[in-house]
Design a protein around this ligand. Structure first.
Ligand code: AMP
Ligand code: MG
Length: 397
């Protein structure tokens, strides 16, 4: 068995960032910028009002109440046509440009209108409720540095600044293959010995959650030729391929054999539980992750190795999820076996502390308990921990 760090280093060394591309902002959610983003425009682009009200000369309000002549109404999206002179005001709507002459806005709530005359009840400082041009971002500003992961808010800023395209690392196309003679996916009645394929849906969904582009490459039987064809085709069509099953010690575990023959593969026995076996290799430079078949093992192996490697390929500066400190709500006993154990837990925030509750059903085939949990407690080799002790936690969502 090798330590997890050695396995991960081996994987990460072969998962290099892809060359950057220009990406439509509309398609950039979850991607990582490959260059600094510099503003070509200011935001807001012009001084405008933060309130519905009246644009005034603040000096006119030295004594209040005061009556001012209303000279026009300025709606958002329309330019003022008149300068506000002494004793005058323009009615103005939120977002509309500030007219010449005016230096402050009085909110509508502090006014009353009678025909063409507005009575202002309150004094205001110059600049009151005015949002100056460039208040948020100034032309020439560094908006986001290279290496920024683009969230909904980032995309909104890019749109505000008029960007249509942005330099990013490309979204990775990741193929997913399930292997196993026992697997079916047609929703029909199970024949003896059959089970339903769950790994493919789980892995495709994890890929979506992590902003990769999942590609369903289907189910493949335990047949060396079929696996070879599926892997070579997948390596050609995708930036990376994930398989599940066929990497253990069984007689029909062909993924490992095929990868060894047609790829540059390392089969690893990693000192972790679950997810001990991993076949990782490249075919023509395309990384192939041969994850174990047990449903929880494949998810944990995805989290620890595939996700980290794929995020690294997609330009993430911190591809590995951080481990945080929590407190065990109950004891989590284990035996020393040379492995790190990843225990399914529900992590909750209680008075600023992350408290973890182990869930029942920790077998690597027990996917329901994985679905019910939101985190993995990381137990180093040894006897486990008692209730109230500190424990390392990997928050999965
Ligand atoms: P393997 O790694 O191929 O030896 O499979 C280990 C266990 O995981 C076996 O019980 C398989 O039936 C099960 N398994 C493999 N692939 C899948 C899958 N795609 N969905 C659900 N169970 C699977
Ligand atoms: Mg199998």
């Amino acid at each position: 068995m090798i330590p997890i760090e050695e396995a991960r280093t081996y994987v990460m060394d072969r998962c290099r960032p892809q060359p950057a591309v220009g990406t439509d902002v509309a398609d950039a959610l979850g991607l990582v910028t490959s260059a600094d983003v510099i503003a070509n425009e200011s935001l807001p682009p012009f001084a405008n009002t933060a309130m519905d009200g009246f644009a005034v000369r603040s000096a006119d309000l030295d004594t209040v109440p005061v009556r001012l002549e209303v000279i026009e109404t300025i709606a958002a999206g329309h330019n003022p046509t008149r300068e506000v002179g002494l004793g005058q005001a323009s009615r103005i709507m939120t977002g509309a440009p500030i007219p010449d002459g005016a230096d402050a806005i009085v909110m509508v709530e502090k006014t009353s209108v009678d025909g063409d005359v507005v009575t202002i009840e309150a004094q205001v400082e110059p600049g009151n409720h005015i949002r100056p041009a460039g208040d948020d971002v100034k032309e020439g500003d560094l908006v986001f540095p290279a290496g920024t992961r683009l969230s909904a808010g980032h995309l909104g800023v890019l749109c505000s600044l008029g960007f249509q395209k942005i330099d990013t690392f490309p979204r990775l196309r990741v193929g997913v293959i399930s292997t196993g003679d026992e697997l079916v996916d047609d929703g029909g009645v199970l024949e003896p010995g059959q089970i339903r394929d769950s790994n493919r849906r789980t892995l495709l969904s994890l890929l979506s959650e992590d902003a990769f582009l999942p590609v369903d490459l289907g189910l493949v039987a335990d047949n060396e030729l079929a696996i070879e064809e599926a892997l070579s085709q997948g390596a050609q069509d995708c930036d990376a391929v994930i398989t599940s099953g066929g990497v253990s010690m069984g007689d029909f575990d062909y993924v490992k054999a095929v990868l060894d023959r047609i790829g540059d593969m390392r089969w690893m026995q990693i000192a972790i539980k679950p997810a001990k076996p991993l076949a990782f290799g490249t075919i023509g430079g395309t990384p192939i992750f041969g994850l174990p078949g047990n449903p929880v093992s494949s998810m944990v192996s995805y989290e620890l190795f595939a996700r980290a490697g794929l995020r690294s390929m997609m330009g993430f500066r911190e591809p590995i999820r951080p481990i945080i400190k929590g407190v065990a709500a109950k004891s989590m006993r284990r035996r020393a076996d040379g492995k790190i154990h990843y225990v399914r837990v529900i992590a909750e925030q209680e008075n600023g502390t992350t408290v973890v509750y182990p869930v029942s059903g920790q077998g690597s085939h027990m996917l329901a308990s994985m679905a019910r949990s939101n985190s993995l407690a990381v137990l180093p080799d040894g006897e486990g921990c008692e209730a109230g002790e500190q424990v390392d936690v990997l928050l999965l969502d």
